[in-house]
Design a protein. Structure first.
Length: 86
């Protein structure tokens, strides 16, 4: 997982964990599948804070801040990762 940062509807900075969807053999970039969670009252009156930012409030191919990878994976540079297998 990596933490992706963005702003919610009120402009507050938020972070959420996402799993990369890029194939193992791809080098130099990472892809994510982001589902926009729309408002669904009464349980989720404002919807997904970060998913709506990523899907609705910024243009495609916009750079975003992220931190990671998190967990048992090590970034080796130049698009290469080492995954610890248990």
């Amino acid at each position: 997982h990596v933490l992706i940062y963005g702003k919610d509807g009120d402009g507050k900075m938020v972070a959420r964990a996402y799993t990369p969807a890029t194939a193992d053999e791809v080098r130099g970039h990472v892809d994510f599948v982001i589902k926009a969670y729309r408002p669904l009252p009464p349980r989720f009156p404002t919807g997904g804070a970060l998913s709506q930012y990523l899907c609705d409030r910024i243009p495609l191919y916009t750079d975003v801040e992220f931190r990671g990878p998190l967990g048992e994976i090590e970034y080796l540079r130049k698009g290469r990762f080492d995954v610890a297998h248990c």
